[in-house]
Every structure is written in C-alpha cells, then in structure tokens.
Write a protein that binds this ligand. Structure first.
Ligand code: 6PG
Length: 500
C-alpha cells in the first residue's frame, strides 16, 4: 500500500520537531493519522505540505487506497492496514493523531493502538471529543507512560486543509514534541500561529467546546437578525445579503457574517434564493448542548448558547409548528417600516451587543472551568487562537484578547472599559429592536437573552430575595439578611401562623 515518497523538506521537519533526514531516507514517517474522513485527509495533506512524512490508517481499507491513489498520490504518505505496522513505521517518539468520531470510536482505536506504542510516544485526539473523556484518556495513557493530547480543531474541511485553529491541551510533556508540527499546520494571523497550549487534562477540548458554544450563539444571533430583516424591516433575501455583505466590513466583520452574505446571495437554478428552499430544521451534533449542559452544572450563565440549542430543538418540531401555525394566534401583520436605515442601524447595534455578551458568557464559563479543574487556561491567549482558521473568527477577538491582556483578573468581559462603553452605546438600538420584534411576533431568543443578561449583570439588586423568601416559606431553607454578615442564616414563620 506504500505510495511513492517525495523529497522531504528537512528544515521544515526539524522545525516541526520531527525526525531527521536520515529517518526519511529509511522510510520512517514523522507522524501518523488514524481516520481518513475529510478532516483526517485534509490534515494529512496539510502536514505533507509542511514537509512531514505521514503514515495513515483507516479501518475502511478502501478509504486508504482511494486516498493514496488520489489526493495523496506523489506525496510522502504511506498507508497501513493495521495499527501494529503503522506504529512500526514511525520515528520515536511516535506521534499519532486520531481523527475519528468522538466517543466509543476513540476508545476503540486507543485499545487497538496503545499495545503498539512505547513510553514517551504521543497520541493526539483531534476530534470533537468531550473534555471529560479527554481528561480520562490523558490519565489512563499517562499510567502507561504515554502522552495524550486532546486538541480541539476548528475550521471544517477547508480549515483542516489550509490552516485550522488548533487548541491543544493534555499532558504538558507532550507539548514540546508536537508544538512545531501543530503550529506549522495551523492558520496564522499577524504571523502568529492560531495554535498554542491551553492547559492540562481536558482543557483543549473544553476550549473547543466553548468555541462551539459561542459558534451556536453567533449563528443563532445572525439567523435572528436575518429573520428580523425579512419580517420587521421588510427586506428581500437579496437586500438582506447586501446588508450582511456591508456588515462584513464593519465591527461585525467575521467569517460567519461573511458566509451569511454568500449564502443569502446564492440563487437556485430557477433564479430564486436558494436559502428559501432549505428546510427550516436545524441539526446539531452535540457540542453546543455539551457547553450549555456544562454551564448548567457549573452554575455559570450561558443563556445565548442554551437559547441557540433550544431554538434548534424548536426548529426540529416542524410538523407541530406547521399545525400550531393554524391554532395559535400572533399579533397580526404589522405595517412596513418607513425607516429602514434606522431599523438596520438599531439591528446592527443589537447584533453587535449580543455578540459581546455571547463572548463574555463563553469566557466566564472558561474561567470557571479552568479554576474548578486547575487547568490555568490563559484567557488572553485563547482569543488569539480563534482569530484565524476557525468558525468564530472575527474582528472582535483582537479586542477580547487585549481586554484580558490588560486585566487578567477581569471579572467579566462586559466590564472591560471598551466593551462597557460599546454596550452602553448599543443599548438604545438593542432595546428598540427587541421591542419591535416582540410587537411583530418575531422570536429573537438569543438576542433577548443577551439583553436580559446584560440587565441582570448590571443590577445591584435582583428579585432573588423573593426567591429566597419563597424557598424559606415552603422548604425551610433559611435565608441571609442584607443587614447581617454573609453566611448567617435566618428562618421566618412567614404567615405568623406557623406550620408548613
Ligand atoms: C468547527 C465546528 C465543527 C462542528 C460543526 C457541526 O469548529 O469546525 O464547530 O467542529 O462540529 O460545525 O456542529 P453542529 O452539527 O453541532 O452544528
């Protein structure tokens, strides 16, 4: 199954922390890839572009054959039918990357692979694994002297091919052995690789999970803005495409806004907008749900991601919605807007402000998890990893990094002077947008959750005193008084009649 090798770029391989040129002459590979789905294949081509010799394996032998005879032909890529020979083909310490579906398939590959590895070898899981699995695997492999890295990889198929964002974490001893290689294949912004060590255990996959939580929120916010443009402002699809194209050059500059403009501009064979022919049922593979569930467990507000997950769930109830549309009454048709420009300006404020809140919540969750689990995730580095290659890459990330660099103890991103100023500037338009949306019966769950969070976070007093009193009333939980020291609890017979 060997494909013909090609001349190696020794210098690139040395930089990548790889094996020496003499190994290359022996036919020793620098790294292995297990799993030749589109992400795995593209990462192999990317590694190969950087002068590394790659051994590959997939449990589907045809996938290996097709790859070697197709995209990988003429490259220093060799295929192996089994993991034992794959391991034998590698220079020491071995570096094996897995790009297989998250969950049981990763454990299955590890079970088969580990017996063929030796102490000091490195295994990198580049899939979308759950961070708790990654932490467990890092522990288990460490007991056998192996170094495990859980690396979040973002950017889809294209990112994998030309430069993804990579968020590696796990056993710190592995980092020097893989840093060069991973940073070489990652995206670059201002000469800096979008790849750096983010912390121990499951930190890499946790950072990727938070990335996806923000991705869910951002996508939902954009979809809500689009819905508002169509129904409240009364724009055509083509006009909406124009607005997003304009926004792509503003402070909203981001990959997701850019692709939204492209999607909306695309017409079907009949000349009508293709987006209107896409069924309004959103799928989800699970990382957004993981982020929301983890936030619930930790007691950190992540309302926008949760709203996005639930919005996808609601979209999936298509048949019920179709039936309910006949039964449940809305506010009726509202008039067309006479101030389109004003409404769009307000909407831009709403989208930008809500996006800031989505980032603030994502980073607050990341900080809490890092503190809870002792990972030491560098909050000012993470946004820099997301500036290129990944799905949420956007202009705002430079400002997020600057805010944490300026004040590493920043309690919440919203309170950074720059963002506090911007949120204040956006709030009038943000509130007007939501008021009009509510009046028109257009749901904007993430945009409104963002405003509720902003208003809640800036409230010195919240009605939680009433919740505490209710809990004490029916559950005798006790409560703290504002005029007594923290921790001292009081009980009251709220009716004065005693009893339960
Ligand atoms: C990325 C994406 C990717 C994600 C898909 C699908 O960063 O490249 O986050 O990892 O898995 O976009 O996600 P959903 O099916 O959950 O929308």
């Amino acid at each position: 199954m060997d494909a013909p090798g090609r001349e190696h770029d020794g210098e690139a391989r040395e930089r990548a922390g790889g094996v020496t040129a003499e190994h290359a002459a022996d036919g020793v590979s620098d790294v292995a890839m297990v799993g030749l789905g589109v992400m795995g294949r593209n990462l192999v081509l990317n590694l190969s572009d950087h002068g590394l010799a790659v051994s590959v394996h997939d449990r589907d032998r045809r996938a290996v054959r097709d790859f070697l005879g197709g995209e990988a032909s003429g490259r220093a890529v060799r295929g192996f039918d089994d993991l034992a020979s794959l391991a034998l083909s590698l220079g020491r310490p071995r570096r094996v990357m897995l790009m297989v579906p998250a969950g049981a398939p990763v454990d299955a590959v590890l079970d088969d692979l580990v017996p063929h590895l030796e102490p000091g070898d490195v295994v990198i899981d580049g899939g979308n694994s759950h961070y708790a699995d990654t932490a467990r695997r890092a522990r288990e492999l460490r007991e056998r002297g192996l170094l495990f890295v859980g690396a979040g990889v973002s950017g889809g198929a294209e990112g994998a091919r030309v430069g993804p964002a990579i968020m590696p974490g796990g056993d710190p001893a592995a980092w020097p052995l893989v840093a060069g290689m991973l940073q070489d294949i990652a995206a670059r912004v201002d000469g800096q690789p979008c790849c750096d060590w983010v912390g121990e255990g499951g930190a890499g996959h946790y950072v990727k999970m938070v990335h996806n939580g923000i991705e869910y929120a951002d996508m939902q916010l954009i979809a809500e803005a689009y819905h508002y443009m169509r129904v409240v402002v009364g724009l055509t699809v083509r006009e909406s495409a124009g607005v997003f194209a304009e926004w792509a050059g503003s402070r909203l500059d981001s990959y997701l806004v850019e692709i939204t403009a492209d999607v909306l501009a695309r017409v079907d064979d009949d000349g009508l907008p293709l987006v209107d022919k896409v069924r309004d049922v959103a799928g989800q593979k699970g990382t957004g749900r993981w982020a929301a569930a983890d936030a619930l467990e930790r007691g950190v507000p992540l309302d926008l991601t949760a709203a996005a997950v639930f919005a996808r769930a609601l979209s999936a109830l298509k048949d019920e919605r179709v039936a309910a549309a006949q039964t449940l009454r809305g506010p009726g048709r509202s008039g067309v807007s006479f101030d389109r420009l004003g409404q769009l300006r307000d909407l831009e404020d709403a989208l930008y402000a809500a996006k800031v809140v989505a980032y603030a919540q994502g980073f607050a969750l990341l900080r809490r998890a890092s503190d809870d689990l002792g990972w030491g995730v560098p909050l000012s580095t993470v946004p820099l990893l997301w500036r290129g290659g990944c799905v949420i890459r956007s202009r705002i990330l430079g400002d997020v990094a600057a805010a944490y660099a300026e004040d590493p103890e920043l309690p919440d991103l919203m309170t950074a002077p720059r963002f506090a100023r911007e949120l204040a500037g956006c709030q009038a338009g943000w509130r007007r947008t939501l008021t009009r949306a509510i009046a028109a019966g257009v749901p904007m769950p993430a945009t409104s959750a963002a405003l509720a969070h902003y208003d809640g976070y800036r409230s010195e007093r919240l009605p939680a005193n009433l919740i505490e009193a209710q809990r004490d009333y029916f559950g005798a939980h006790g409560y703290e008084r504002v005029d007594a020291p923290r921790g001292e609890r009081f009980r009251t017979d709220w009716t004065g009649r005693g009893g339960t």
